[in-house]
Design a protein around this ligand. Structure first.
Ligand SMILES: [Fe+2]
Length: 152
């Protein structure tokens, strides 16, 4: 390796390390804080949802009444009127489930085009709870469902 190749390699290594640090910082930032309420997109046009709303607002499928402490399934579909695409360049990167405002489950889809835009979580509740789902589209932002009340 001559001097020029060494310098080029050192610069590339430095760029890689600094981008790695930036990624690590972003990961920590994401872990430390919930998404700000104002960053979440919601269904606005209830009577005539836009195509974006139809494809991005999550739908929650769960029993309206559940037994205390018993496992049951909650299915989240994106979106509530049309299935969101799953392509290598446009897909749902994560789906989260909240109970009474607290994140209780999350699934991530790191690669586009290989997972459907839905997730099923098996959970149990000790009391009547407000359930919500949040999803992120890599192109169109982070969306929250309408709340669903599950009676225990
Ligand atoms: Fe999208």
């Amino acid at each position: 390796m001559n001097r020029r190749e060494f310098i080029k390699g050192a610069i590339l290594t430095a760029a890689f390390l600094s981008s790695g640090q930036a990624l690590a910082y972003n990961d920590e930032e994401e872990k430390s804080g919930e998404l700000a309420e104002q960053d979440l997109l919601r269904l606005q046009n209830r009577e005539d949802p836009s195509v974006a709303e139809q494809k991005h607002v999550p739908a929650i499928e769960a029993p309206a009444q559940v037994r205390k402490g018993r496992w049951f399934d909650v299915k989240v579909k994106v979106g509530f009127m049309r299935e969101h695409p799953s392509n290598p360049d446009h897909w749902i990167t994560f789906i989260k489930l909240l109970a009474n405002g607290q994140e209780i489950a999350k699934t991530e889809f790191p690669v586009g085009g290989v997972s459907a835009s839905s997730a099923t979580f098996r959970i149990r509740l000790e009391r009547t709870s407000k359930i919500e789902a949040i999803e992120n589209c890599n192109l169109h932002g982070t969306w929250i469902s309408d709340p669903v009340t599950l009676t225990v």
